[in-house]
Design a protein. Structure first.
Length: 205
């Protein structure tokens, strides 16, 4: 269940009441739309497919995978294909290793997307045991697919740049600084992450 429009708006409103720069930005750019991804292993698999390639290239690879495996493919479908079959879909050796790691863990029950730990840090730790899935990918999954309200992907460059714009900083803050700035925004940091992306992509600021 992703964050709803109401949850995003309420979270931003609460933080904007504390921070004048955010309130001012909100008047100029308005509220963002919520970002939604389906729960389950396929969302992380698409993250792996999209690493270090353009959006168009990632979409092409995904379409080829669905053509090869079927639109409703299971982890076992991917595991049953050999290297050449997946290479023909556009998956490099490295990405095949990541994809197989993900599917093997799901098949073994080591990662259960229907029952990830309720604690955010524990859930991140479980997701990052998958090869190719770092903290940022895990945080994006928990925010967009599960709608966890206090996820704060401080390592995201657009989040850092958006925070710099919102707070009128001379330069983009570091990951540590971005994390520190948002401590007072708990438990609404997920809504603020969505807002910082909105600010970053909006020419009105």
């Amino acid at each position: 269940m992703s964050l709803t429009s109401e949850q995003v708006r309420d979270g931003i409103d609460i933080v904007a009441a504390q921070v004048p720069g955010i309130a001012s930005a909100l008047e100029r750019v308005g509220y963002p739309e919520p970002r939604v991804r389906p729960t389950g292993y396929k969302t992380l698999l698409r993250t792996i497919v999209g690493q270090q390639v353009s959006v168009a290239a990632a979409a092409s690879v995904w379409n080829k995978l669905e053509a090869e495996l079927g639109e409703e493919f299971t982890p076992q479908c991917l595991l049953s294909r050999d290297f050449d079959a997946l290479r023909a879909c556009g998956l490099s050796r490295q990405k095949q290793g990541y994809a197989r790691s993900l599917c093997e863990l799901v098949e073994a029950g080591a990662v259960n997307f229907d029952n990830l730990p309720a604690d955010d840090e524990e859930a991140i730790a479980e997701l990052t045991q998958i090869k190719g899935i770092g903290r940022w990918s895990a945080e994006i999954y928990l925010l967009f697919a599960e709608g966890r309200a206090d996820i704060w992907p401080a390592g995201d460059l657009a989040v850092q740049a958006g925070i710099g714009q919102l707070l009128g900083l001379a330069e983009r803050p570091s990951e540590k600084e971005t994390r520190t700035v948002a401590e007072d925004w708990r438990p609404h940091r997920g809504a603020m992450a969505v807002f910082t992306w909105h600010v970053y992509n909006n020419p009105a600021l």
